[in-house]
Design a protein around this ligand. Structure first.
Ligand code: NAD
Ligand code: TYD
Length: 338
């Protein structure tokens, strides 16, 4: 089986590549990545010389390049992680979110139509459902919840989901979609809450908490997300949406304090800053459908996962320090020349 993994030089895509190498060593993996600021080839160093792995620098919105690659490689499965993924950036500049997240997904779907595919899996997010109020803890997102995105990022992801569903209905495209809650773990770009707080804390820099820090996210260890996608690829039903989450709701301020204490720093580093525009209050996923249908359950408890994650960032300082210094950008040129 040959898989195209788009966005594999990013956080979840790279973890998925490592997961698949371990659990399906016979599969051929081709990583398609544009290497935007969020893509880091250094992350893929452990698989770069693996004969069953190939890296191709390509923009998923580049129709000709994508079609040429489909023609040359003839993938059986596409797992689409490639996206602009940071809400704050989408508020600053929405256009690139539409180009990659919507148009890029459409280019991939068209290539799958032309060349044929066994499965197209769209990696989506719980953010497409909008947010939930803090005072109704019993409410959770199910696969039937309405799409009600708040940010340009989540609107672009919801649009891509709708395109996938339309291609299934109209052309019989064998798609599946997963909508996962916030991930954490190794190789997450240090602009997102957890790695940013670890990096700033280590450097003794202020820890910027938006608003009052009372917003709630439902955190899942990245490897549990990978195992869920793997199960969906194996046993998921075409045209189906699967919610993925770990029943692990935490307030931002509690996460930040946990990181401060684990790293032995002072809470005085915590700095309350202007809130994000349109900031979603609470996300909470009901994962009972994927549990019932595919037997998926998360394996990593948050107390263990967060300690493992902090330790990983301590043991791999050069990985994120190269990002902060900008040095990681040169990795592609070092490996492939300009
Ligand atoms: P990321 O920003 O770490 O990585 C995105 C990757 O996509 C990067 O390697 C980047 O270079 C690549 N990319 C961007 N534009 C591209 C383009 N036009 N063509 C080819 N490659 C391109 O993101 P992530 O956190 O790993 O998220 C991966 C996917 O999972 C996204 O679709 C995101 O919406 C979804 N998701 C993320 C989370 C989370 O908590 N991080 C939760 C649920 C769903
Ligand atoms: P983030 O990691 O950007 O993920 P998302 O917005 O997709 O949930 O942010 C997680 C939460 O942390 C979100 O409520 C915004 C908040 N946050 C801060 O308070 N400070 C920060 O510096 C960042 C990056 C996020």
């Amino acid at each position: 089986m040959k898989l195209f993994i788009t966005g594999g030089a990013g956080f979840i895509g790279s973890n998925f590549i490592f997961y698949m190498r371990r659990t399906h060593p016979d599969d051929d993996l081709v990583c398609l990545d544009k290497l935007t600021y969020a893509g880091n080839l250094e992350t893929l160093a452990p698989v770069m010389n693996d004969p069953k792995f190939k890296f191709v620098r390509v923009d998923i919105a580049d129709r000709k390049a994508v079609c040429d690659l489909f023609e040359a490689e003839k993938p059986d499965v596409v797992v689409n992680f490639a996206a602009e993924s940071h809400v704050d950036r989408s508020i600053e500049n929405p256009a690139v979110f539409l180009e990659t997240n919507v148009m890029g997904t459409q280019v991939l779907l068209d290539a799958c139509r032309i060349y044929g595919i066994r499965r197209f899996h769209q990696v989506s997010t719980d953010e497409v459902y909008g947010d939930l109020p803090l005072n109704r803890p019993e409410l959770m997102f199910t696969e039937q919840s309405l799409l009600h995105p708040s940010s340009p990022y989540s609107a672009s992801k919801a649009s891509a989901d709708l395109l996938c569903l339309a291609y299934h209905r109209t052309y019989g495209m064998p798609i599946t979609i997963s909508r996962c809650s916030n991930n954490y773990g190794p190789y997450q770009f240090p602009e997102k809450l957890i790695p940013l707080m670890i990096a700033n804390c280590t450097a003794g820099k202020p820890l910027p908490v938006y608003g009052q820090g009372l917003n709630v996210r439902d955190w899942l260890y990245v490897e549990d997300h990978c195992s869920a996608i793997d199960l969906i690829l194996q046993g998921g039903k075409e045209g189906q949406v699967y919610n993925i989450g770990g029943h692990n709701e935490m307030r931002n301020i509690d996460i930040v304090k946990l990181i401060v204490h684990t790293l032995g720093r002072s809470e005085e580093l915590i700095t309350y800053v202007t809130d994000r525009k349109g900031h979603d209050m609470r996300y909470a996923i009901d994962p009972s459908f994927i549990h019932k249908e595919l037997g998926w359950l998360p394996q990593t408890r948050f107390e263990n996962g967060i300690v493992k994650t902090i330790q990983w960032y301590m043991d791999n300082r050069s990985w994120w320090e190269n990002i902060l210094s900008g040095e990681y950008i040169n990795c592609y040129d070092r490996l492939y020349g300009r």
